[in-house]
Design a protein around this ligand. Structure first.
Ligand code: SAM
Ligand code: SF4
Length: 628
């Protein structure tokens, strides 16, 4: 099938580049370094667009400022999703008349979703004469041209005509964060949920080509970004317009396979298109965060139908069930709307019961806001505002109690987090599930994956303490044990096994009861290597690799991780380090009657079971795995 989504031609993009250079030169000739202020309303997609706007402005010679006052250019990137956001935009753009009076050369542009609605852009044009330029999301890539018209030609720029929304690849980007990056994988939406304005202002679904997305991700990882969030209004329908046979799960898997230490997230999903394949892909890649934002909007089937959502409560719940079965640790979050036109008390209670059933970690709760032009805005809506507010407060109370309980249950657990910044004197970090953790620590931890022990919890966040060895697996190396190390190694092995002694008390090869001589005898075997698992300069465990004499397979005899370092990824990191030394191919794992934890670990690392199992005795199996 032919690709339907057109790309903006290289020639057109080059022309915009030339105009950018011209504007830059023009500013230089004035002896001025201009500064621009970009203000963003609404969702992550708008944040991502603003990063492109900043990129284009930088190419036009602008420096960036975080203050409207005194800026040579102000760009307001608007959101149309709810009435309240739209009103704020009108209020704030109105107030800029005073800012401009104090700085007469100042230019003001308004763009974003609101400008995709003709009646709104028309109102902006007519009633706000101090605004110099208006453009809709489809015309963002032509910003240099709009600027040229305003700055050099002293005219107004107005680019809001509907278009097919062709994709502009390779626009410059100034990212606001050096650790986390947004990557738009598609634009627009085909779903036409009856309450939603997005399809009208952002157009139909258009997917970027997989190779362009992969190249962008590769570049981000090379630059040291540690978290990538793939963006789209409905990422689950990625690729349908391309006809290349690549769906979202395929794309996600391909990105997760890229080298480097990073975590991969995505938003937003639509339950109608969220496939089992997507969950399977998440489960089989370590680098994909076990977090799923799956908006349900309502727990009542009549309302879901009126919303044009194309799934019912039972189908939604079965998706949650599937995800949890596959990944018990998965974190679900969601969006919900209260007070959809005609929603009865009973129907609202269905939403409450769904929340209680699923028990989300967090929820984004919205009161329905009529958007002119959408079908829902035509529906009779007899429920008074006060009643909707009451429902909203009730939902919030139910969810807050659940969030707090879920957070409290994490106290005492050791979790991997990515430290992403600072708030006051505390470091801020996110768990793989996206929970906010505050902790004390040095600034040089920012941008690193570390392990923390959760010491306290509130509704909104967790409090963490750096584990004795906070810097996680980046630092893991394997150090071969020498003969004089063997006693230390033996003692570590015993200590690491101590918590399990009770369980395996009478188990004959219990390393906790293993005599030192046995370790020594194994050390003498030319096909056995003992390694210390080193995190930085501290040993956190022991791994023994056994090479079959003909070299056909390797075996990992049980890995021992010291109790205080368990569950923080060191075992996986050690296997990875062992792969580097001994090659991946054929491995086997000694396992105590196929202990699920051990098997899960291997499968998580992309090994497949060959089906072959060798029974050593009635307590122990060797399970065979392969990896190409
Ligand atoms: N594409 C995403 C989806 O399908 O969930 C997100 C779209 S929208 C930017 C984010 C959320 O805003 C929606 O999930 C919905 O809960 C809410 N929303 C959209 N239109 C709304 C409206 N008219 N009134 C209240 N909430 C609305
Ligand atoms: Fe709006 Fe529905 Fe599209 Fe989300 S899926 S952007 S809620 S129309």
């Amino acid at each position: 099938m032919e690709r339907k989504t057109p790309l903006i031609s290289q020639e057109d993009l080059r022309r915009q580049e030339e105009i950018s250079d011209y504007i830059k030169g023009w500013w230089q000739s004035q002896g001025v370094t201009p500064v621009a202020y970009v203000e963003t309303y609404g969702c992550q997609q708008n944040e991502a667009d603003s990063e492109q706007i900043r990129g284009i402005l930088e190419r036009c010679g602008y420096g960036l400022t975080d203050q409207a006052e005194g800026a040579d250019l102000i760009v307001i990137n608007t959101c149309a999703i709810r009435e309240h956001a739209a009103q704020r935009v009108f209020g704030n753009v109105g107030a800029l008349v005073h800012t401009k009076r104090r700085h007469p050369g100042q230019k003001i542009f308004v763009c974003g979703c609101m400008m995709g609605k003709p009646e709104i852009s028309e109102r902006m044009k007519k009633s706000y004469p101090h605004v110099d330029g208006i453009f809709s999301p489809h015309h963002l890539w032509q910003l240099p041209e709009h600027l040229y018209r305003v700055l050099i030609r002293h005219r107004k720029a107005y680019a809001v005509e509907d278009s097919d929304g062709a994709i502009a690849e390779g626009l410059p980007v100034v990212r606001t964060n050096t650790i986390k990056a947004w990557v738009s994988i598609m634009y627009g939406c085909n779903n036409f949920c009856s309450y939603c304005i997005v399809p009208y202002v952002r157009g139909r679904e258009r997917s970027r080509l997989p190779e362009d997305i992969l190249a962008e991700c590769r570049d981000l990882i090379a630059k040291g970004y540690k978290e990538i969030t793939l963006l789209g209004q409905n990422v689950n329908s990625y690729g349908k317009d391309l006809g290349l046979g690549v769906d979202f799960a395929d794309l996600l898997g391909q990105i997760a396979e890229l080298d480097g230490d990073f975590i991969l997230r995505f938003m937003t999903s639509h339950p109608r298109d969220a496939s089992h394949k997507l969950f399977d892909t998440m489960a089989s890649h370590d680098k994909i965060a076990k977090q799923f934002h799956l908006p349900f909007q309502s727990g009542n089937d009549r309302i879901l139908k009126a919303m044009n959502r194309h799934y019912d409560r039972a189908q939604y719940l079965s998706l949650i069930e599937y995800g949890r079965k596959l990944m018990p640790e998965i974190v679900f979050t969601s969006d919900v709307i209260v007070g959809f036109p005609g929603e009865t008390e009973e129907e609202f209670e269905d939403t409450v019961s769904l929340i209680e059933q699923v028990r989300y970690e967090a929820l984004f709760t919205f009161i329905y806001s009529p958007r002119p032009g959408t079908p829902a805005a035509e529906l009779p809506d007899p429920t008074p505002k006060e009643e909707k507010n009451r429902r909203f407060d009730r939902l919030l109370a139910v969810q807050n109690a659940i969030s707090e309980e879920k957070h409290k249950a994490l106290v005492g657990k050791t979790l991997r987090v990515l430290v992403d910044g600072k708030d006051g004197d505390k470091l801020t970090a996110r768990t793989d599930g996206g929970r906010l953790v505050r902790l004390d620590g040095e600034d040089d931890l920012i941008g690193q994956f570390i392990t923390v022990t959760i010491t306290d919890a509130t509704t909104w966040s967790l409090v963490g303490a750096l584990t004795p060895l906070g810097k996680r697996m980046d630092a893991v190396t394997l150090r071969p044990a020498a003969r004089e190390d063997l006693r230390t190694l033996w003692e570590m092995q015993i200590e690491a096994f101590s918590g399990l002694l009770e369980k395996y008390r009478d188990y004959e090869t219990n390393p906790g009861a293993e005599p030192f001589e046995k370790v020594l005898a194994r050390f003498e075997q030319p096909w056995t290597v003992y390694y210390f698992i080193m995190a930085g300069d501290r040993p956190v465990g022991v791994i023994r690799i056994v090479d079959k004499k003909d070299g056909s397979r390797k075996r990992i005899a049980p890995i021992f991780i010291m109790p205080e370092h368990r569950n923080n990824g060191f075992a996986q990191a050690a296997i990875r380090a062992a792969e580097q030394i001994h090659g991946p191919r054929h491995w086997s794992l000694d396992t105590i009657l196929q202990e699920p934890g051990n098997l899960h670990l291997y499968e998580k690392m992309g090994y497949r079971r060959t089906g072959q199992i060798e029974r050593i005795n009635d307590r122990m199996d060797i399970v065979f795995y392969e990896k190409d």
